[in-house]
Design a protein around this ligand. Structure first.
Ligand SMILES: *[C@@H]1O[C@H](CO)[C@@H](O)[C@H](O)[C@H]1NC(C)=O
Ligand SMILES: *[C@@H]1O[C@H](CO)[C@@H](O)[C@H](O)[C@H]1NC(C)=O
Length: 320
């Protein structure tokens, strides 16, 4: 009896590791949101143009929230909780009424070059109620569960060859322990999930044909966990482009939305076309409309022009 209780308590405390937020659905049981990445440049590099179009798409879809795939503030994150960039790159840019919703943010590598704890500080949520940023967390919406994953600490080169950049690794060291706990917590949360749609969000791509390309550390350490748990979508930024790649070994879709400001790198890995459905080198964003058995995804450029649309569907009998 006592033993059972202990096991129960242990499993509860382990699986409770990732903070969990609840996000209500629309009255009709659906959900819609937009995704933007790699954005905070005080309006420059078409950031403001993307913001305007995002506002009008968000109004049309009556979105429930915004997802940011990280690199929220260039070049080096925030200097502190009173950094004026929070207003000049965020609050004063995404001003449309339709964008006055919760923003769920992850951190990118550029964010780690500033005061990371400032971006995580709940005071920012007081300054602008939209702002929610944690390292790794879950947003539960009933039909979909979103697993936000802090991917920067996975990438070896930031530790081994930081060049002249300083990364703020407070809260991440010792690194091996941080990563193994994160992977374990994510795996437990994915295994426990009964949501119809499982969507994982991180800054770095698993697969990309853009400037940075695949993230080998994520292919080795994260991807097996995602595939074993039937994740539907992996959503990321980091490459300043828009892309859609279908996995060749599972149903997973790799979706890059990293076109929030500076783009047009002009390079793309032409040899890695396996599963590539769409690639756009310029600025823009994407929208997602989720229903029980159907998801509609759309990519837009800075004029609001639709660049790529696709639907994903789930059989009525498909596993939960
Ligand atoms: C802004 O977007 C337009 C249209 O895509 C593009 O031609 C232009 O180069 C972009 N400006 C910058 C600074 O990226
Ligand atoms: C895609 O999904 C939308 C609903 O979100 C639906 O109206 C449309 O018919 C679907 N298209 C296809 C080709 O299934």
């Amino acid at each position: 009896m006592g033993g059972w209780l202990l096991i129960l308590l242990m499993s509860v405390s382990v699986s409770a590791e990732l903070p969990r937020l609840e996000q209500p659905l629309k009255g009709d049981g659906t959900l819609s949101f937009v995704v933007i990445g790699d954005w905070g440049r005080k309006g420059t590099y078409n950031q403001s143009e993307v913001a305007t179009q995002m506002g009008s798409v968000a109004a049309k879809l009556n979105i429930d929230f915004v997802i940011s795939t990280g690199d929220n503030f260039y070049d080096d994150g925030l200097t502190g909780i009173d950094d004026p960039s929070f207003e000049t790159s965020f609050s004063n840019i995404y001003t449309a009424k339709s964008l006055q919703k919760q923003w769920y943010n992850v951190l990118g590598n550029h964010d780690y070059r500033g005061d990371v704890e400032a971006q995580l500080n709940p005071i920012l949520h007081k300054i602008d109620h939209r702002w929610i940023c944690q390292r790794s967390f879950i947003v539960d919406t009933e039909i979909a569960e979103f697993f936000f994953v802090d991917t920067t600490p996975f990438v070896d080169k930031y530790f081994l060859e930081p060049k002249d950049h300083k990364y703020d690794w407070r809260g991440v060291l010792p690194r091996e322990k941080y990563l193994s706990n994160l992977l374990k917590d994510l795996e437990i949360a994915l295994e426990d999930s009964t949501a119809k749609w499982k969507i994982v969000v991180g800054h770095h791509p698993v697969r990309s044909i853009g400037h940075h390309g695949d993230t080998q550390e994520l292919i080795t350490q994260l991807l097996p966990i995602l595939e074993a748990n039937n994740v539907d979508m992996y959503v990321n930024g980091h490459d300043h482009c828009l892309e859609h790649i279908s996995s060749t070994s599972s149903q997973m879709q790799f979706l890059t939305s990293g076109g929030g400001s500076k783009a047009w790198k002009g390079d793309m890995d032409k040899d890695k076309r396996d599963g590539v459905k769409f690639y756009y080198d310029g600025q823009g964003f994407m929208s997602v409309e989720l229903q029980q058995t159907n998801a509609k995804l759309v990519y837009y450029d800075i004029f609001g022009k639709v660049l790529h649309v696709f639907n994903l569907s789930k059989g009525l009998n498909s596993a939960m």
